[in-house]
Write a protein that binds this ligand. Sequence first.
Ligand SMILES: C[S@@+](CC[C@H](N)C(=O)[O-])C[C@H]1O[C@@H](n2cnc3c(N)ncnc32)[C@H](O)[C@@H]1O
Length: 416
Amino acid sequence: MELETGAPAAGGGCVARAPDGRVVFVRHALPGERVVAEVTAETASFLRADAVAVLSASPDRVAPPCRHAGPGRCGGCDWQHVALPAQRRLKEQLVAEQLRRVAGDTRSVVVEPAPGETDGMGWRTRVRFSVDRSGRIGLRRHRSHEVEPVASCPVASDDVNGVDAGRHRWRGARTVEVAALPARSGGGPSGAVVTVTTARGRPMDVPRLDAGCVVDGRTVQEPGGMDTEVLGHRYRVSGGVFWQAHRGAPAVLASAVLDGLEPMAGERTVDLYAGAGLFTLMLADAVGASGSVLAVERNARACEDLTVSARGFPQVSVLRAAVDADLVASRIGSPDLVVLDPAREGAGRPVMASLRDLRPSPRRVAFVSCDAATFARDLRVLTDAGWTMPSLRAFDLFPMTEHVELVGVLVPPVTT
Ligand SMILES: C[S@@+](CC[C@H](N)C(=O)[O-])C[C@H]1O[C@@H](n2cnc3c(N)ncnc32)[C@H](O)[C@@H]1O
């Protein structure tokens, strides 16, 4: 059907109206275009479609730089057909809309580019590939289990593509993640790690690679970890442990968190969802030996890495546990500062309610999120209780996709 496309919608498409009045979410389109769209899914109330021909193009449309992009092809990127500055404007609209609708916050949003970003390509320091039946790696098609074979991903860094994982067949593997963090400053390359999960834990032959290899949590080819440096701190990050994907993300997020919290010597701080401790070491440095940092993380390998990286910071304690409402209410004490950096699904209302009910309240909370919808939902729990968000920064740490990283600084109401 022919459609006129309107505002951007969460999920990487634009909203349009079908002749029968139903809403259509159209991928591979831009606002203000006239397109021929092919329906890909249908419910009673809405349709999903791909723009397969453009009758009237937006001035923001560009030729996709990746040969795997397009209707029915790789689902890894949403906006290969959109000029980079326009991608940021779309993200600004999407975040502002979520804040307004879900959290009742009507501020306008500015999405900042990652430092040094030029064309939105080559930024990923890790890519998780799927594996097709014949053992080839690739990326899933949008909303599908089908794999688009992708031997080399142009959004990934040269170091990731340099592992050349696409040269091999990975029979027996379900996913193959290739990670190559930037080298520590002044040293050699940090090396790459390939982390494999197998189908139902079956043994498999691992190809010989110029990289460490971890299969189902077991290191089968050393080194099974990497060393990386951010703003003067050294981190160990093992295969499979979370680390920010954009090469510029760790430094930009750590700076935003520190700028927002303004930690002071002697303060008690908590880093919830700490991962390998990106923010933990920064906080430890800022609060000094008279302060404290409690890092809470549920992944065992991440906790081990964090413990190694935090040697030399006796003010850091690592708690391997799932963050939940009880833990916040009973195991983190009464911190001056809290960092909250949950996965995409957010912290959830019960955790936020426990944070809200801490007495005394933390002086500030830095809320880091890669999902505007769950961020707005969780934020509302605090703002409904009188908390304010004097600063919200948004960073374009996922170019070519609809995703964006947020850092909100929250302050409790003044109690008399
Ligand atoms: C978005 S990452 C942030 C990690 C770290 N702050 C960073 O920037 O590198 C979220 C982390 O939370 C952990 N995680 C997810 N759900 C959790 C939970 N309920 N309790 C504790 N950790 C959790 C994941 O293992 C992951 O390391």
